[in-house]
Write a protein that binds this ligand. Structure first.
Ligand SMILES: Cc1ncc(COP(=O)(O)O)c(C=O)c1O
Length: 450
């Protein structure tokens, strides 16, 4: 059963998504538009209302106590749950094929909560090396200050990960498609390795999106998103999501994860596995991390992200189609040295793109210009339509120079293992007309020396 923010049962996943036909689950394109919401019973509002409120009135002291004891369904305070955000959470959970989701103020907040929910002082997590720069910074610098070490594998090979797992490991972590390396992780094998050692696999699925890939269908236990990127899709709104597949047997591994099956003194003795069942992980994430540290998504942001999600499937179609044309253009361009694009048969990730992305490589790609760093800067400065910034997944085509921005905190060696070189340009291909994108790239590639 799904649970609302109050923890009360709210119906099966099928009932919430498609009340009329529980035996015929809808496709992702439809879920993106309808998931988690039916016209508001009071106002009949067809669009999801923005409940811009901090608190909710209690009928009585008894009602308030029942809400706080998680005995009745309802909202208490927006730091714990909000009806607009609740719709977003149901929609993202449904898109990912998960049982429940928690939406928070940014992708980084989602990462922090997701990891801290399982890893306590004296434990470790094992990660692939190809990561978004700030995720690397969190793992390499911040988590160790909290007593949690992160072991970076030499590569994204499942065997390299397995070597580093020990009795203190609490999770295996990867990005399904690495930013900016563009590597594609073998999620099924990584999940097998993690589960063999009794730990969950946490996957950041931001770059792929659930339109191209649902990691939980390949064994991932927890799926993260920066909603800021393709799901929101317009570069207007920060947000993050943690999706619980409901599949990891926390009770079976209570020796490693006692926090889910032992009474929690910080929440009047609640036992998460007893109260939340399959969504114990998510329940604790909300009750402990969101409630006490408060990286809350605003209801207005939840609304804006819902608007974006309605068109994500259409946008991804255009993003990936444009990306293929840009990759082919760059591959054939005399001033381009290399292109990382998993849609080319010569890419080391081609087979994984066929398996996990249904043959559609993502619209994030890195490439190198002949002439190294100075040529890359010349190209970058000459762009006119393509925006210079640090973001991805916008409707607009975007360009970033990772070595000097998103991955600046890394040593040259760390940059190399994250797939970043000094002359690399990362493009996030937008949904403009392809002719205009190619014309701008071409004129910038031919830019003369300043
Ligand atoms: C793969 C990935 N995960 C997480 C994040 C962090 O997301 P946010 O900016 O919403 O905190 C980013 C940001 O670029 C990202 O690329």
């Amino acid at each position: 059963m799904l649970r609302s923010n109050s923890g009360a049962e709210a119906g099966t996943l099928e009932e919430v998504l498609i009340p009329a036909k529980p035996s015929n689950p809808m496709k992702r394109e439809t879920v993106a538009i309808h998931g988690g919401y039916q016209a508001d019973p009071t106002t009949k509002s067809v669009a999801v209302p923005i409940y811009q409120t901090v608190a909710y009135a209690f009928d009585s002291a008894e009602h308030a106590a029942a809400l706080f004891n998680l005995e009745t369904e309802g909202y208490r305070y927006t730091r714990i749950g909000n009806p607009t955000t609740d719709v977003l959470e149901r929609r993202v959970a449904a898109l990912e094929g998960g049982l429940a989701a928690l939406c928070v103020s940014s992708g980084q907040a989602a990462l922090a909560y997701a990891v801290q929910n399982v890893a306590q002082m004296g434990t470790n997590i094992v990660s692939v090396p190809q990561l978004y720069g700030t995720t690397h910074t969190f793992f390499a610098h911040l988590l160790p200050q909290q007593g949690v070490t992160v072991r970076f594998a030499a590569s994204d090979e499942p065997s390299a990960i397995e070597k580093l797992i020990d009795g203190h490991t609490r999770a295996v972590f990867c990005e399904s498609v690495g930013n900016p390396a563009g590597n594609i992780c073998d999620i099924e094998e990584l999940a097998r390795v993690a589960h063999r050692h009794g730990v969950p696999l946490i996957v950041d699925n931001t770059v792929a999106t659930p339109i191209l890939l649902r990691p939980s269908e390949f064994g991932a236990d927890i799926v993260l998103h920066s909603l800021t990127k393709f799901l929101g899709g317009h570069g207007t709104t920060l947000g993050g999501a943690i999706v619980d597949s409901g599949n990891f047997p926390w009770k079976e591994h209570a020796d490693r994860f006692p926090m889910f099956s032992e009474p929690d003194a910080s929440y009047h003795g609640l036992v998460y596995t007893d109260h939340y069942g399959k969504t114990a992980y998510l329940g604790r994430c909300r009750s402990v991390y969101q409630r006490t540290t408060g990286a809350v998504l605003s209801p207005l942001s939840a609304f804006l992200l819902l608007q974006g999600i309605e068109t994500v499937a259409l946008r991804i179609e255009r993003h990936t189609e444009n990306a293929r044309k840009v990759a082919e253009f760059l591959r054939d361009h005399p001033r381009v040295e290399w292109v990382n694009y998993a849609g080319f048969p010569e890419s080391p990730y081609y087979a994984l793109a066929q398996k996990y992305l249904n043959g559609r490589a993502c619209s994030l790609m890195g490439f190198g210009i002949r002439g190294g760093y100075s040529a890359a800067v010349r190209f970058y400065d000459a762009l006119q339509l393509v925006t210079r910034l640090v973001n991805l997944g916008d409707a607009k085509t975007l360009a970033c120079h990772p070595a000097s921005t998103t991955h600046r905190q890394m040593s040259p060696e760390e940059q190399r293992s994250a797939g970043v070189t000094p002359g690399m340009i990362r493009l996030s291909i937008g949904i403009e007309h392809i002719d205009d994108i190619l014309a701008d790239l071409d004129q910038a590639l031919h830019a003369p020396n300043a």
